[in-house]
Design a protein around this ligand. Structure first.
Ligand SMILES: [Zn+2]
Length: 328
């Protein structure tokens, strides 16, 4: 951030939640019952994390924000009755939770070649998040038929995708697991990075892996990195890059991927997946009691305001507004 921080964070949060904050963006990501029997969680200014809170109306929730100016705010599932310190989520009947996907830039640490680590990002590696969002959005739309896919910049190191379609709101953990598992190709992304065998992947995904992941791997990775990662010769890599660029520019001489030799195909696709395919945080999507950061609220470790993004493939975190900018 380049802008001047004119007030300490806690003071800025107080000013923001008193005068600028609204629940408009939050209401745009939830499928039903934004208030009432929904759970909320907060990281308070004294660093105490609390959850099991419900608010009977929008006004009461806004008032809570004005009084407490939390460091972070999260929304969870809907239950059969309002939550409170004396009626916790384990004592209530679960009703529903939006299906949410999480993409974080630090999941790419083992394959980032720009030098960024952890929460850091730059134009180059954020491109991985943009590309992952494109593939996921297409998969969620075309393979699952979800119509209401709302992408949100978390204010931190990545994006969330909220599925607002009613049917997904009632999914069991097992159903959520099936959706994530369908898309997931990389297991243990921070360790072994196991990649599922490509022939086992659903056909629609395989087509996407060729047309998007393989092409972007070959056209956007330095040739030296491709050589090292695939074990192919300099000459062979040059040839493949040329074919991929021609495909990208629409000069399709040969059908996509037929220029790969059978003997090298598996290794190249596996490497392309490792470098460019979405790395989804599986546990976020399957946990039906999880509380998720609310768009419109401040991410206190960056000071950026979490926001809905119209086009996740074009969004860069510098486009977000900080709490200091919001109150100035
Ligand atoms: Zn980077």
């Amino acid at each position: 951030m380049t802008e001047k921080k004119t007030a300490p964070l806690l003071q800025a949060l107080k000013a923001y939640y008193e005068t600028e904050f609204s629940l408009k963006e939050y209401e745009q990501v939830v499928a039903r019952q934004p208030y009432g029997n929904r759970e909320f969680g907060f990281l308070l200014p004294n660093n105490v994390f609390i959850r099991n809170r419900s608010f009977q109306s929008k006004e009461l929730l806004l008032e809570y924000f004005r009084i407490n100016a939390p460091l972070s705010a999260y929304a969870g599932a809907v239950y059969d009755q309002p939550l409170s310190p004396s009626l916790r989520i384990q004592d209530a009947e679960w009703v529903g939770h939006e299906l949410v996907f999480d993409l974080d830039i630090n999941e790419y640490d083992l394959v980032r070649v720009c030098g960024c680590k952890g929460r850091e990002y730059c134009q180059q590696c954020w491109g991985l998040i943009q590309e992952a969002a494109e593939i996921m959005d297409e998969t969620l739309k075309e393979d699952f038929g979800y119509e209401k896919r709302i992408w949100v910049f978390t204010g931190g190191r990545g994006l969330h995708c909220w599925i607002r379609d009613e049917k997904a709101f009632y999914y069991t953990p097992r159903q959520r697991d099936a959706v994530v598992s369908y898309m997931q190709m990389i297991h243990d992304p921070k360790g072994q990075q196991r990649v599922d065998p490509i022939p086992n992947a659903p056909k629609l995904l395989v087509t996407r892996i060729y047309s998007k992941t393989l092409i972007s791997f070959l056209t956007q990775t330095e040739e030296k990195v491709i050589e090292k990662a695939t074990g192919l010769s300099k000459q062979r890599v040059k040839r493949l890059v040329k074919e991929a660029k021609e495909f990208q520019e629409g000069e399709i001489g040969k059908p996509l991927g037929t220029w790969l030799k059978k003997s090298e195909e598996e290794q190249i696709l596996k490497t392309a997946i490792l470098y460019r395919y979405p790395r989804i945080d599986h546990k976020v999507s399957i946990d039906i009691r999880r509380v998720v950061r609310m768009p419109g609220t401040v991410h206190s470790s960056t000071g950026l305001i979490s926001k809905i993004v119209e086009s996740p493939t074009k969004f860069y975190p510098d486009d977000a507004v900080s709490v200091w900018e919001a109150i100035s």
